[in-house]
Ligand binder design. Structure first.
Ligand code: FAD
Length: 270
Protein backbone atom coordinates (compact mmCIF):
# COMPACT_ATOMS: atom_id res chain seq x y z
CA UNK A 1 0.00 0.00 0.00
CA UNK A 2 1.03 3.64 -0.40
CA UNK A 3 1.66 5.68 2.72
CA UNK A 4 2.40 9.39 3.11
CA UNK A 5 4.18 10.43 6.31
CA UNK A 6 4.04 14.14 7.04
CA UNK A 7 6.66 14.92 9.69
CA UNK A 8 6.97 18.21 11.57
CA UNK A 9 9.99 18.51 13.86
CA UNK A 10 12.97 20.84 13.36
CA UNK A 11 15.60 18.45 14.78
CA UNK A 12 16.40 15.10 13.09
CA UNK A 13 18.06 13.80 16.30
CA UNK A 14 14.90 14.37 18.36
CA UNK A 15 12.53 11.75 19.67
CA UNK A 16 10.24 12.62 16.78
CA UNK A 17 13.14 12.18 14.36
CA UNK A 18 13.84 8.72 15.81
CA UNK A 19 10.17 7.74 15.61
CA UNK A 20 10.01 8.98 12.02
CA UNK A 21 12.94 6.73 11.06
CA UNK A 22 11.43 3.81 12.96
CA UNK A 23 8.08 4.33 11.21
CA UNK A 24 9.62 4.46 7.75
CA UNK A 25 11.68 1.29 8.34
CA UNK A 26 8.76 -0.64 9.81
CA UNK A 27 6.39 0.24 6.97
CA UNK A 28 8.98 -0.44 4.28
CA UNK A 29 9.82 -3.79 5.88
CA UNK A 30 6.13 -4.68 5.61
CA UNK A 31 6.30 -4.00 1.85
CA UNK A 32 4.59 -0.62 1.76
CA UNK A 33 5.69 2.29 -0.42
CA UNK A 34 6.40 5.44 1.56
CA UNK A 35 6.69 9.10 0.73
CA UNK A 36 7.84 11.48 3.46
CA UNK A 37 7.08 15.17 3.63
CA UNK A 38 9.63 16.35 6.20
CA UNK A 39 8.33 19.89 6.49
CA UNK A 40 11.30 21.58 8.21
CA UNK A 41 13.79 19.78 5.93
CA UNK A 42 11.73 20.92 2.93
CA UNK A 43 11.73 24.46 4.28
CA UNK A 44 7.97 24.33 3.84
CA UNK A 45 6.34 27.74 3.50
CA UNK A 46 3.74 27.84 6.26
CA UNK A 47 1.77 31.07 5.69
CA UNK A 48 -1.14 30.94 3.28
CA UNK A 49 -0.95 34.08 1.15
CA UNK A 50 -1.28 35.58 -2.32
CA UNK A 51 1.93 33.87 -3.49
CA UNK A 52 0.11 30.52 -3.38
CA UNK A 53 -1.25 31.27 -6.85
CA UNK A 54 1.12 31.52 -9.80
CA UNK A 55 -1.24 34.08 -11.32
CA UNK A 56 -3.67 36.16 -9.26
CA UNK A 57 -7.26 37.09 -10.16
CA UNK A 58 -6.70 40.43 -11.86
CA UNK A 59 -7.75 43.56 -9.99
CA UNK A 60 -9.33 41.68 -7.08
CA UNK A 61 -8.28 41.92 -3.44
CA UNK A 62 -6.69 38.74 -2.13
CA UNK A 63 -9.39 36.39 -0.86
CA UNK A 64 -7.95 33.24 0.76
CA UNK A 65 -10.84 31.02 -0.33
CA UNK A 66 -11.63 32.46 -3.74
CA UNK A 67 -7.99 32.73 -4.78
CA UNK A 68 -7.49 29.12 -3.69
CA UNK A 69 -10.55 28.05 -5.71
CA UNK A 70 -9.41 29.96 -8.77
CA UNK A 71 -5.87 28.58 -8.56
CA UNK A 72 -7.08 25.00 -8.05
CA UNK A 73 -9.61 25.14 -10.91
CA UNK A 74 -7.27 26.75 -13.41
CA UNK A 75 -4.03 24.94 -12.65
CA UNK A 76 -2.49 28.05 -11.10
CA UNK A 77 -1.51 26.67 -7.72
CA UNK A 78 2.04 27.03 -6.44
CA UNK A 79 4.00 23.87 -7.29
CA UNK A 80 4.76 22.94 -3.68
CA UNK A 81 1.01 22.75 -3.04
CA UNK A 82 0.40 20.64 -6.16
CA UNK A 83 3.10 18.16 -5.16
CA UNK A 84 1.57 17.61 -1.72
CA UNK A 85 -1.91 17.18 -3.19
CA UNK A 86 -0.50 14.56 -5.57
CA UNK A 87 1.02 12.72 -2.61
CA UNK A 88 -2.33 12.77 -0.83
CA UNK A 89 -4.10 11.36 -3.90
CA UNK A 90 -1.39 8.69 -4.26
CA UNK A 91 -1.61 7.59 -0.62
CA UNK A 92 -3.84 4.86 0.78
CA UNK A 93 -2.98 6.09 4.27
CA UNK A 94 -1.63 9.34 5.64
CA UNK A 95 0.22 9.78 8.94
CA UNK A 96 0.82 13.18 10.51
CA UNK A 97 3.65 13.03 13.04
CA UNK A 98 4.51 15.89 15.39
CA UNK A 99 5.20 17.03 18.96
CA UNK A 100 2.21 18.57 20.71
CA UNK A 101 2.98 22.26 20.83
CA UNK A 102 0.55 24.46 22.70
CA UNK A 103 -2.13 21.81 22.62
CA UNK A 104 -2.02 21.37 18.86
CA UNK A 105 0.24 20.81 15.86
CA UNK A 106 3.35 22.94 15.14
CA UNK A 107 2.59 26.00 13.01
CA UNK A 108 4.50 24.62 10.03
CA UNK A 109 2.12 21.65 9.86
CA UNK A 110 -0.97 23.80 10.30
CA UNK A 111 0.35 25.82 7.38
CA UNK A 112 0.71 22.63 5.34
CA UNK A 113 -2.96 21.86 5.97
CA UNK A 114 -4.13 25.40 5.22
CA UNK A 115 -2.28 25.58 1.92
CA UNK A 116 -2.60 22.00 0.63
CA UNK A 117 -6.28 21.65 1.56
CA UNK A 118 -7.38 23.91 -1.29
CA UNK A 119 -10.91 25.01 -2.17
CA UNK A 120 -12.23 22.36 -4.56
CA UNK A 121 -9.73 19.81 -3.27
CA UNK A 122 -10.48 19.45 0.44
CA UNK A 123 -13.45 21.78 0.85
CA UNK A 124 -16.16 23.17 -1.40
CA UNK A 125 -16.49 19.66 -2.86
CA UNK A 126 -19.83 18.29 -4.12
CA UNK A 127 -23.31 19.75 -4.34
CA UNK A 128 -24.02 22.71 -2.08
CA UNK A 129 -27.74 23.47 -1.82
CA UNK A 130 -30.48 23.74 0.81
CA UNK A 131 -30.76 19.96 0.64
CA UNK A 132 -27.10 19.05 0.66
CA UNK A 133 -24.06 20.69 2.23
CA UNK A 134 -21.38 19.27 0.01
CA UNK A 135 -19.36 16.06 0.17
CA UNK A 136 -17.65 16.25 3.53
CA UNK A 137 -17.47 14.54 6.92
CA UNK A 138 -17.00 11.04 5.61
CA UNK A 139 -17.24 11.93 1.92
CA UNK A 140 -14.98 14.01 -0.30
CA UNK A 141 -11.75 13.87 -2.25
CA UNK A 142 -9.91 11.77 0.32
CA UNK A 143 -12.69 9.26 1.06
CA UNK A 144 -11.55 5.65 1.20
CA UNK A 145 -8.14 6.59 2.60
CA UNK A 146 -7.01 6.19 6.20
CA UNK A 147 -5.36 8.76 8.43
CA UNK A 148 -3.62 8.57 11.78
CA UNK A 149 -1.70 10.84 14.15
CA UNK A 150 1.60 10.02 15.86
CA UNK A 151 1.93 12.65 18.61
CA UNK A 152 4.40 13.17 21.43
CA UNK A 153 3.50 15.19 24.52
CA UNK A 154 5.47 16.44 27.48
CA UNK A 155 2.48 16.04 29.80
CA UNK A 156 1.60 12.82 31.58
CA UNK A 157 -1.15 10.50 30.35
CA UNK A 158 -3.19 11.37 33.46
CA UNK A 159 -2.99 15.08 32.57
CA UNK A 160 -4.88 14.16 29.39
CA UNK A 161 -7.30 11.71 31.05
CA UNK A 162 -11.06 12.20 31.37
CA UNK A 163 -10.60 14.63 34.31
CA UNK A 164 -7.03 15.67 33.63
CA UNK A 165 -6.14 19.35 33.83
CA UNK A 166 -5.09 19.59 30.16
CA UNK A 167 -8.41 18.25 28.97
CA UNK A 168 -9.05 14.78 27.54
CA UNK A 169 -6.74 13.95 24.63
CA UNK A 170 -9.75 13.00 22.45
CA UNK A 171 -11.15 16.50 22.92
CA UNK A 172 -7.81 18.15 22.15
CA UNK A 173 -7.36 16.14 18.99
CA UNK A 174 -11.00 16.44 17.87
CA UNK A 175 -10.32 19.47 15.62
CA UNK A 176 -7.61 17.50 13.81
CA UNK A 177 -9.42 14.18 13.72
CA UNK A 178 -12.87 15.46 12.81
CA UNK A 179 -12.04 18.80 11.21
CA UNK A 180 -8.87 18.01 9.26
CA UNK A 181 -9.12 14.25 8.64
CA UNK A 182 -12.81 13.37 8.56
CA UNK A 183 -13.96 16.58 6.83
CA UNK A 184 -12.29 15.78 3.46
CA UNK A 185 -13.25 12.13 3.76
CA UNK A 186 -10.53 10.19 5.58
CA UNK A 187 -11.34 7.23 7.81
CA UNK A 188 -9.73 8.31 11.08
CA UNK A 189 -7.74 5.83 13.15
CA UNK A 190 -7.22 6.19 16.90
CA UNK A 191 -4.06 8.25 17.54
CA UNK A 192 -0.73 6.94 18.79
CA UNK A 193 0.29 9.25 21.63
CA UNK A 194 3.57 9.21 23.57
CA UNK A 195 3.23 11.00 26.91
CA UNK A 196 5.80 12.31 29.38
CA UNK A 197 8.57 12.72 26.83
CA UNK A 198 10.93 14.17 29.43
CA UNK A 199 11.29 10.71 30.94
CA UNK A 200 12.48 8.48 28.13
CA UNK A 201 15.39 6.08 28.50
CA UNK A 202 16.43 3.22 26.23
CA UNK A 203 14.03 0.75 27.88
CA UNK A 204 11.06 3.07 27.53
CA UNK A 205 12.04 3.96 23.97
CA UNK A 206 12.09 0.26 23.09
CA UNK A 207 8.65 -0.19 24.63
CA UNK A 208 7.30 2.83 22.68
CA UNK A 209 8.69 1.41 19.42
CA UNK A 210 7.16 -1.96 20.19
CA UNK A 211 3.69 -0.44 20.66
CA UNK A 212 4.09 1.86 17.66
CA UNK A 213 5.22 -1.08 15.54
CA UNK A 214 2.04 -2.96 16.37
CA UNK A 215 -0.08 0.03 15.41
CA UNK A 216 1.78 0.36 12.10
CA UNK A 217 1.35 -3.35 11.40
CA UNK A 218 -2.41 -2.85 11.87
CA UNK A 219 -2.67 0.37 9.88
CA UNK A 220 -5.03 -1.19 7.36
CA UNK A 221 -7.00 -3.38 9.77
CA UNK A 222 -7.59 -1.12 12.80
CA UNK A 223 -11.22 -0.04 13.09
CA UNK A 224 -11.62 3.70 12.43
CA UNK A 225 -13.25 6.02 14.95
CA UNK A 226 -16.96 5.66 14.01
CA UNK A 227 -17.71 9.30 13.26
CA UNK A 228 -21.17 9.99 11.95
CA UNK A 229 -21.27 10.78 8.22
CA UNK A 230 -22.88 14.11 7.39
CA UNK A 231 -25.12 12.83 4.60
CA UNK A 232 -26.52 9.59 6.01
CA UNK A 233 -29.43 10.97 8.01
CA UNK A 234 -27.97 11.69 11.45
CA UNK A 235 -28.07 15.47 11.02
CA UNK A 236 -30.92 17.92 10.50
CA UNK A 237 -30.62 19.74 7.17
CA UNK A 238 -29.73 22.58 6.72
CA UNK A 239 -28.89 23.28 10.38
CA UNK A 240 -26.49 20.33 10.49
CA UNK A 241 -27.22 19.63 14.11
CA UNK A 242 -27.44 16.08 15.34
CA UNK A 243 -31.06 14.84 15.34
CA UNK A 244 -32.63 15.18 18.78
CA UNK A 245 -33.28 11.44 19.14
CA UNK A 246 -29.57 10.58 18.73
CA UNK A 247 -27.48 10.86 21.90
CA UNK A 248 -30.35 12.83 23.53
CA UNK A 249 -29.26 15.55 25.92
CA UNK A 250 -25.56 15.09 25.12
CA UNK A 251 -23.33 17.79 23.65
CA UNK A 252 -19.68 18.24 22.62
CA UNK A 253 -17.41 16.51 20.14
CA UNK A 254 -18.19 13.05 21.49
CA UNK A 255 -21.74 13.12 20.14
CA UNK A 256 -20.37 12.87 16.61
CA UNK A 257 -19.03 9.40 17.34
CA UNK A 258 -21.48 6.52 17.06
CA UNK A 259 -21.75 4.62 20.30
CA UNK A 260 -21.83 0.84 20.57
CA UNK A 261 -25.20 -0.57 19.63
CA UNK A 262 -26.05 2.22 17.22
CA UNK A 263 -25.92 1.64 13.52
CA UNK A 264 -29.37 0.32 12.74
CA UNK A 265 -31.76 2.52 10.80
CA UNK A 266 -31.11 5.56 8.65
CA UNK A 267 -29.86 7.82 11.44
CA UNK A 268 -27.13 5.48 12.53
CA UNK A 269 -26.31 3.78 9.26
CA UNK A 270 -22.91 4.31 7.69
P1 FAD B 1 13.10 15.22 22.48
O1 FAD B 1 13.21 16.39 23.39
O2 FAD B 1 13.99 15.17 21.30
O3 FAD B 1 13.31 13.87 23.29
C1 FAD B 1 12.55 13.56 24.45
C2 FAD B 1 13.30 12.48 25.21
O4 FAD B 1 13.43 11.32 24.42
C3 FAD B 1 14.75 12.91 25.58
O5 FAD B 1 14.98 12.50 26.90
C4 FAD B 1 15.60 12.16 24.62
O6 FAD B 1 16.86 11.84 25.16
C5 FAD B 1 14.79 10.88 24.41
N1 FAD B 1 15.08 10.26 23.11
C6 FAD B 1 15.03 10.84 21.90
N2 FAD B 1 15.37 9.95 20.95
C7 FAD B 1 15.65 8.79 21.60
C8 FAD B 1 16.08 7.51 21.16
N3 FAD B 1 16.28 7.25 19.88
N4 FAD B 1 16.25 6.56 22.08
C9 FAD B 1 16.03 6.80 23.40
N5 FAD B 1 15.65 8.01 23.87
C10 FAD B 1 15.44 8.98 22.96
N6 FAD B 1 3.68 19.35 25.90
C11 FAD B 1 2.38 19.11 26.21
O7 FAD B 1 2.06 18.07 26.80
N7 FAD B 1 1.40 19.99 25.84
C12 FAD B 1 1.67 21.14 25.19
O8 FAD B 1 0.77 21.89 24.88
C13 FAD B 1 3.05 21.43 24.88
N8 FAD B 1 3.38 22.57 24.23
C14 FAD B 1 4.68 22.80 23.89
C15 FAD B 1 5.00 23.94 23.17
C16 FAD B 1 6.31 24.16 22.76
C17 FAD B 1 6.60 25.37 21.94
C18 FAD B 1 7.32 23.24 23.10
C19 FAD B 1 8.74 23.48 22.67
C20 FAD B 1 7.02 22.10 23.82
C21 FAD B 1 5.69 21.85 24.21
N9 FAD B 1 5.33 20.71 24.91
C22 FAD B 1 4.04 20.48 25.25
C23 FAD B 1 6.32 19.62 25.13
C24 FAD B 1 6.49 18.84 23.84
O9 FAD B 1 5.30 18.18 23.49
C25 FAD B 1 7.62 17.82 23.98
O10 FAD B 1 8.81 18.56 24.24
C26 FAD B 1 7.79 17.00 22.71
O11 FAD B 1 6.67 16.21 22.47
C27 FAD B 1 9.00 16.10 22.82
O12 FAD B 1 9.28 15.57 21.55
P2 FAD B 1 10.73 15.76 20.90
O13 FAD B 1 10.77 14.96 19.64
O14 FAD B 1 11.06 17.21 20.79
O15 FAD B 1 11.58 15.04 22.05
Amino acid sequence: MNILLVHAHPEPRSLNGSLRDFTIQRLQAAGHSIQVSDLYAMNWKAPLDADDSIERRSGERFDPSLDSKNAYEHGLQSLDIVREQEKLLWADAVILQFPLWWFSMPAILKGWVERVYAYGFAYGVGEHSDARWGDRYGEGTLAGKRAMLIVTAGGWESHYGPRGINGPIDELLFPIHHGIFYYPGFDVLPPFVVYRTGRIDQARYAEICSRLGERLDELFSTAPIPYRPQNAGAYEIPDLTLRAEIAPGQTGGGVHVESAGEGAGPAGSR
